[in-house]
Design a protein around this ligand. Structure first.
Ligand code: SF4
Length: 380
């Protein structure tokens, strides 16, 4: 097996067994803090000497969570809560829960009631009107409050230098991963949609410094690879989650590569680095103000549509695949205006529903196959 394949296999192993990586870190004496989507200040957890662990749900059937959430709430929240209720996250010292969408607004209360003191909640708020001075000031006040809570949890004060160092670790990771997504788009013959997802996902369960080293080595190997002779299709993906192994396999089987993405758990948080400021917390608040094109953030003029059009043009993609998380209101609201923008730009779009509790994507297979056939006919 080549070094590249070996490294991709390592990422797949970590991404498909996140519990193992987390238990290893806990056994080494490091405190772990669960981080729910979206845009929590993970750097503060890292600065406090703890390991942030991504909590984006799991591929499983939820049952206990149904006592707290009705069935029309998204599976990301159902399965994340289910893991907590079943005791599978007991290695966590706390969990950060933001209130970025209507469904998330009930999560902290459900967690406190169901999981209780076993895993205390750090509530995360930030301004939606995040670019204006008042919004920046509000977000900064919240980051300060959260830092105090984390200091209490970690048992020691966190210096501005420690925050600055953590920000540097995260920015390096963002740059390495963003470069990886470009190279993966250029080399679909070497990086399958499943591999691409695994490299990005593994970072949620690793120390970001170690993950950067891994991603940078993969990048170096891809940079030295011969030019690609890929003749399959290339799509830009968008949505909340792209982590649906059965669906990614269907893309691979149909010779469809992921050319680029505008996915909340993949490239969206990677595109923006932290501006230099005297107070690193202010830089972190300002960074959030620069993030665009995500359905859970106030997005006047729907920059997401503009970004998708640019991604398709820059990557030479054949169309867009919308991975619609079932029961996700923010994504459903975005769909209509963004689809209109893509239609006007003449960009083909396929929307496929995804769900953490769905293992069988046979209906999606027919839709993907039909879409691929149309795209191939248009190309020829
Ligand atoms: S944004 Fe959508 S997928 Fe994310 S927590 Fe809210 S409803 Fe669920």
């Amino acid at each position: 097996m080549s070094e590249l394949q070996e490294l991709l296999r390592t990422c797949r192993e970590i991404a498909s067994h996140p519990g193992k990586a987390c238990r290893r870190a806990a056994a080494a004496g490091r405190k772990l803090v669960g981080v729910m989507p979206y845009f929590c200040p993970e750097e503060l957890v890292y600065a406090a000497g703890m390991l942030p662990v991504g909590l984006w749900g799991a591929d499983m059937q939820a049952s206990l969570s149904r006592r707290y959430y009705p069935s029309f709430i998204c599976s990301l929240l159902h399965t994340a809560l289910e893991l907590g209720l079943r005791g599978e996250l007991d290695m966590l010292s706390a969990v950060m829960i933001p209130n970025s969408c209507d469904s998330l607004k009930g999560m902290a209360a459900n967690w406190k009631y169901g999981v209780g003191d076993r895993i205390p909640v750090v509530s995360v708020s930030y301004a939606q009107n995040r670019r204006i001075p008042a919004g920046e000031e509000f977000t900064l006040s919240q980051w300060r409050k959260i830092l105090r809570q984390l200091e209490e949890l970690g048992g020691e004060a966190v210096s501005p230098e420690a925050v600055r160092a953590a920000v540097a670790v995260y920015d390096r990771n963002r740059s390495a991963l963003l470069r990886f997504t470009e190279l993966a788009g250029q080399h679909p013959e070497l990086v399958t949609p499943g591999d691409r997802c695994a490299v990005l996902k593994a970072g949620y369960f690793m120390d970001r410094a170690e993950h950067s080293a891994l991603a940078e080595r993969i990048n170096a190997l891809l940079e030295s690879a011969p030019a690609s002779c890929w003749e399959g299709l290339r799509l830009v993906t968008t949505g909340i989650l792209a982590d649906a192994p059965a669906l990614l396999d269907i893309l691979e089987e149909n010779r469809i590569a992921v050319a680029a993405d505008q996915v909340a758990c993949e490239s969206v948080p990677l595109r923006y680095l932290t501006p230099e400021t005297e107070d690193p917390l202010l830089g972190m608040a300002r960074r959030l103000g620069t993030v665009e094109g995500c359905s859970v953030l106030y997005d006047p003029g729907k920059q997401r549509g503009r970004q998708l059009i640019e991604l398709v043009r820059d990557s030479g993609a054949d169309g867009v695949l919308w991975l619609m998380t079932k029961f996700c209101d923010p994504e459903e609201y975005d769909y209509v205006p963004v689809k209109r923008m893509l239609d006007e730009a003449g960009i083909p779009l396929l929307c496929v529903e995804t769900d953490r509790q769905t293992a069988n994507y046979e209906q999606a297979r027919s839709a993907v196959e039909a879409f691929a056939e149309i795209l191939r006919e248009t190309k020829n």
